[in-house]
Structures are given as C-alpha cells and as structure tokens.
Design a binder for this molecule. Sequence first.
Ligand code: MRU
Length: 383
Amino acid sequence: MFLEDKLRCWYYYYANTQKEPFPMKSPLEEVTHTDNIKLSDDGRSVVIIDQTLLPNRLEYIALTTREEMFEAIAMLRVRGAPAIGICAGYCAYCLALQAPHDSFDDFYDHWVEDCRYLNGSRPTAVNLSWALNRMLDAAEDHRDMPVEAVLSALKRECLAIHSEDMEMCRKISEYGLSLLHDGDGVLTHCNAGPLATSRYGTGQGPLFLARERGMDIRVFADETRPLLQGARLTSFELYNAGVDVTLICDSMASIVMKNGWVQCCMVGCDRVAANGDTANKIGTSGVAILAKHYGIPFYVLGPTSTIDMSCTTGEDINIELRDGEEIRSRFFAEPVALPDVKCYNPAFDVTDNSLISAIITEKGICRPPYSESLKKLFEDQPL
Ligand code: MRU
C-alpha cells in the first residue's frame, strides 16, 4: 500500500474511533525499513517488490519455481548486489524444500543443480555466489543429519544472511555519515538504497541517516541510463524519505560539480577486487573521473561480502552484457533508435582504485593502498 493510502486509512479510522489502527511509521522509516524481500506466509516462496514497476506501481510478486527466481534476478525485478544475495539465500532455501528428501545425497545432488542454475542469472555482483556458497556450506555442515535438520539449518542461514545485511548496512551508513558535513551536496549514481539491500542501503545509506539525524544534506541523483535505477528508485526513495534530492541526467554530473554543488560522491559496488578496483553500475567510472578532475572525494560503500579477494584486479571481474533493446526502447513510449542499430550495453564498469578516495565497509573505512587495507579487513586487523 502506498504511504498516502495508508495515511488516509489511518486518519479515517482514527477520526471515527479515536484508536490507532496500526502503528504508523514515519515517511523516513517507511523507506528505510521496507520489506523488499521476505518469505511468503506459508514459508515456501520468496516474496519481493517488483522493482521494474517502480515508481509507478508498488507490487509484490511471489517466486516459487527456480525459473521464476532466475527470471526475477536476470530481469532486475530484484536487483542491487546485497539484495540479490539476500534473495538468493531465500530462493535456495525454498528450492531445498522442493528437493527430494529420501537421503542427504539425493537431496544435495538435486539441490546443488538448482543453486548452480540460479548462480547463472547474473555474473557481476559477487553477492549472488557468496550467498549461494554460504547456503551450500550450511547444508554440508549438516550432511550427517536427517534432511529435515538440514532444512532447518538452511532456514536459519538465509534468515541470518538477511539480518546480518541489516546490521552491515547500518554500520556502513554510520561510517559513511562520518565523512559528511552539514550543508554538503552529494552526488550518487544508480541505486544503493534500501531497495538494493535490506535497510538504509550502502551508497545511499548515509543520506538517509543524515536525514534521520536532522543534517542538512543536498543530493544529486544521476538518472543512470539505460535502466534508470537513479530516476526510478533512488530519487523515489530519497524524495519519499524527505531528503532534498535533485534528479539529473548522467550527462549533467560535470556541470553540477563545476558549479561547486557537490562536496563528495557516494556510490555502491557490485564486486571489489583485492587491489580496490571496483565494479559498479555502468557510468560510475565516468563519475569518478569527473570527481578527480574537480578535486571531489569519491567514496565507494559496500559490505565485505562484495569484496572478492580472488579477483586480483578489475581485469578479473566478469562484466555483464545485456540486451541492446534496453537502450533502444525500454522505458520509452516509442523506440528511440532503429530496431537493427547495433548497441553495446555493458551493465557495469570498473572504477580504477586510483580514483577512489575511500572504500567504506561495515568493518571500517579503507584508504589507499587498498591491497593493504582490504587485506587487513579479512585478517580482522585494525585499519
Ligand atoms: O544492475 P543493478 O541495478 O543490479 O546494479 C546495481 C548497482 O550497480 C548498485 O550500485 C550496486 O549493486 C550496489 S547496491 C547496494
């Protein structure tokens, strides 16, 4: 239910009965504490907000079969690296419920195949394989127990992935907020808010927290062509939360920086290599290059689950190529290009570590050289 409808119901009920029908969240809480991914009431399907319909329609869909799950991730109905990981955990659990339960080996062989299939839905965000591997490890740890016990362990694991993400986002947002000052202008790209995670977000988490703390922050949201996550999702979330947000086309980032309106850039990430090279939504590296030109700090925010120490540099990151139709016709009433014109549509680009002022994680703020500071994160050493 949209907030306006909810408010109308609330006031109507209160005016007639003088009783509160349900506790009302503040507009900010409505955004930061959204239930974007959850198990269905019967616990056998995954229920998600279909992000492709926003901001015009807020609709939940249930994913039950592995094909529905694959399609939802591939078509960006659920998207954003941490959200993909959370969703994959729940999907793996629901598929485990459908697998044969006669013996561990029968169960596992069938279910591993489902997990492999899901893992092929999107290649760049490491959180997908990270979450699926966590689920596989949880099952392996219980291989000597009855399949019922394995299923209980898998349920605990997917709920843990979700609740840990909430905790991580909160910490990332706190660390990110420590880099902001009252009156700052912040430029952001793509969507790394609550819809892309669990709560608050990563790249946009500090902006919601700033609002919660009464700070005066002004945000410029890149629309983020071709799938418009910035326009459809980021400006929707920030506006509804009462943050001062201005939507700009990607090509306008330079002028707002030149005008002196941007004091820092904050973005999320899909995979960070061991040397700090960072894959994020296409266009991010251009923003970082502009920021360097204008002497503006460029911050990447993300959980340690998005850091892939097995990738030595950004060269090792697999960049997803998507259908050219997304450029030619998606989100337009009529196509904006000829049907047969060639299109190149990479979904992500890699920002060179030399352009990144800091990488903000739930464990603290990493500074260059990243090959040292990121390593310390995983060795639990002080940064
Ligand atoms: O293709 P998308 O919409 O899944 O890309 C999302 C991004 O690039 C986000 O910035 C990233 O996943 C971080 S989300 C907290």
